[in-house]
Design a protein. Structure first.
Length: 263
């Protein structure tokens, strides 16, 4: 048997201390439920029970606090409680309680994230799917939630991103810009048919003339290779400009005009 030496009020509950020095943090519910009072004798069995309840209460309060900042997935709660050294049985009990109180619902989490992603991120549906998979979402919940991310939403977001990227890469050739935009939209998780529609809808008419861009790029390369033998220099410049998406006819025109200019 143990004797309760003191019961002190703490910020998050109470601290029970026995005469032998055992310290157990516990909730008010446990205190009332077991009628624990200073000077009372308690069995080892009851102390163990109180410890278990205390561990559950602590884990539950930690989970509630973790949830208070934003919606969480079941996997996030599990991982968080494991880091807090809550045992697996109690983690399951805590999660069950949170579900019973409708505080934890992966289906709602998935739908909420998709809605938020459409409004506030630049992720396409595949990018959203990958995020939800990392959060431990069941595949059927993900598929149902992604119905919200329909073609209209994808195209609207894709167009915004496409226009932004077109401005970002305006110093590149049209071919290179298109390739970069296509690549970036693919990385962000947009479907190929949506990407094609976005690119088809982009207007490049107001951009700097393609040949003027080639001249600027070519002059930089010419300066970089000015000490190289003429034939080799031409070869390097042609190769670099072609890789940047400029047409071979425009490249040859530039080389010819540059040589005439230097004569």
């Amino acid at each position: 048997m143990e004797v309760i030496q003191s019961i002190k009020k703490e910020k998050t509950g109470y601290l029970l201390v026995t005469k032998s020095g055992i310290k157990i943090p516990l909730s008010e519910d446990s205190l009332v439920k077991h009628r624990l009072l200073k000077g009372s004798e308690v069995s080892e069995e009851l102390l163990n029970q109180v410890k278990e309840e205390a561990s559950f209460d602590i884990g539950y309060q930690k989970a509630l606090n973790y949830l208070s900042y934003q919606l969480r997935s079941e996997k996030e709660i599990k991982d968080y409680l494991k880091k807090q050294e809550i045992n697996n049985l109690q983690i399951k009990q805590i999660i069950d309680k949170l579900k019973d109180l409708s505080l934890l619902d992966d289906k709602i989490f998935a739908e909420s994230y998709v809605r938020t992603a459409i409004r506030t991120t630049d992720k396409g549906p595949q990018g959203v799917k990958e995020f939800l998979m990392k959060k431990g979402m069941p595949s059927d919940f993900i598929d149902e939630a992604l119905i919200l991310f329909d073609d209209t939403h994808q195209l609207e977001l894709g167009q915004k991103l496409g226009e932004k990227m077109a401005r970002k890469y305006q110093k590149s050739s049209q071919k290179e810009r298109i390739n970069k935009i296509r690549q970036q939209l693919f990385i962000k998780g947009f479907k190929s048919d949506v990407i094609s529609s976005v690119i088809d809808g982009l207007a490049f008419d107001d951009d700097e003339d393609e040949y003027d861009l080639l001249v600027k790029q070519g002059d930089k390369l010419w300066h970089r290779h000015e000490r190289v033998e003429t034939r080799k220099k031409h070869q390097k410049i042609k190769q670099s400009l072609y890789q940047k998406g400029f047409s071979i006819d425009d490249i040859n025109r530039y080389i010819e005009e540059k040589e005439m200019e230097l004569e």
